[in-house]
Design a protein around this ligand. Structure first.
Ligand SMILES: [Zn+2]
Ligand SMILES: [Zn+2]
Length: 128
């Protein structure tokens, strides 16, 4: 029982530390540096529980696939770096909901995926 709590705490700790959407392999890699007993099965099981309890939500990204992020975050966009394959969060919203839906339509939400190169990858490229 204790071990289960330790594993879940570690996974939650990964999200608090990184503060960006994460893929399962990233969660596993970072989580294992905290708790060695983590493996793919325990990560999947705990992610499922954390989604069910409303602590995490799933993102289905068109390029990066399935990612997890904390559910409590306010609406934001996602930026995919095609160089390091990480997803970053861009706060704010540029879309006017009233303008972007035809009359009679009810928009219930939207997602925006930006892509390009992140600042640290650009800095590395500039040094070469
Ligand atoms: Zn990058
Ligand atoms: Zn996000």
């Amino acid at each position: 029982m204790k071990r289960k709590t330790v594993q879940r705490d570690a996974i939650q700790g990964v999200f608090l530390k990184k503060n960006r959407p994460l893929k399962v392999d990233e969660i596993l890699e970072i989580g294992r540096s905290m708790v060695e007993s983590l493996n793919q099965a325990t990560v999947y099981r705990n992610l499922k529980l954390l989604v069910e309890s409303g602590w995490l939500r799933t993102i289905h990204h068109p390029y990066a696939g399935t990612l997890y992020e904390r559910a409590e975050k306010a609406h934001h966009y996602h930026f995919h770096c095609r160089s390091c394959d990480r997803i970053f969060e861009l706060p704010g919203c540029a879309l006017d909901k009233r303008q972007s839906t035809p009359p009679g339509f009810l928009a219930e939400g939207h997602e925006v995926f930006l892509f390009g190169v992140c600042s640290s990858c650009r800095a590395v490229a500039a040094k070469r």
